[in-house]
Design a protein around this ligand. Structure first.
Ligand SMILES: [Zn+2]
Length: 194
């Protein structure tokens, strides 16, 4: 997909690896991030899907949303969401390309009101990955490949996250969220990560 020419250049931090930037991802730092609570053990991975407008793929709207520059007039769906402050650590587009908005050591704002094993505020201790997609549309082979690649990177860096500690947004916010949806093939994904 063509990308806008006004994207922020990749931000250079003092030690990108220490902050948890994946070096092979395209880096677009989001303002929607903050510090995790002190001494947080990062021990959960959350899988999502998103498309903007819903069911349409290939635009720059998701990254615009995560960068707080979604044009509220560009589509009727955008006006009520344009000022919502959200982000994820990672976004995997339909072509398998990987964009990182928040370094993994910091807290991205992806889960909202959520609970895992009785522990609330999943943003505090999780890493969030968005797949460009919709609940009932099969994801692309290249997306599974990139998802497995970055999952292996995450598991190697954060050993408290195991294959058993990967959840869907629908698992941590049941009744409120449905993603990644029925079209997401969990077995295929987890097999690719082994
Ligand atoms: Zn979600």
């Amino acid at each position: 997909m063509p990308e806008r020419h006004d994207e922020s250049p990749t931000e250079r931090v003092a030690d990108p690896d220490a902050e948890g930037w994946i070096d092979w991802a395209h880096h677009l730092p989001s303002p929607n991030q903050d510090a995790r609570p002190p001494d947080t053990r990062i021990d959960l991975l959350v899988i999502h899907n998103i498309s903007l407008p819903p069911g349409e793929f290939g635009g720059h709207w998701i990254q615009d949303l995560f960068l707080n520059r979604l044009d509220p007039d560009a589509h009727p769906y955008f006006a009520p969401i344009a000022r919502i402050r959200v982000s994820s650590h990672l976004l995997i587009r339909r072509d398998g390309s990987l964009i990182q908005f928040v370094p993994c050591e910091r807290r991205a704002w992806h889960a909202g009101i959520s609970s895992y094993e009785g522990r609330e505020r999943c943003n505090d201790y999780s890493i969030g990955i968005e797949l460009e997609g919709a609940d009932l549309t099969p994801f692309e082979d290249l997306q599974y490949r990139t998802l497995a690649d970055c999952t292996r990177w995450i598991l190697a860096r954060y050993p408290a996250i195991t294959l058993e500690r990967i959840a869907g947004h629908s698992d941590i916010a049941p009744g409120r969220k449905t993603d990644p949806g029925a079209a997401f093939d969990w077995r295929r994904y987890l097999d690719l990560c082994r």
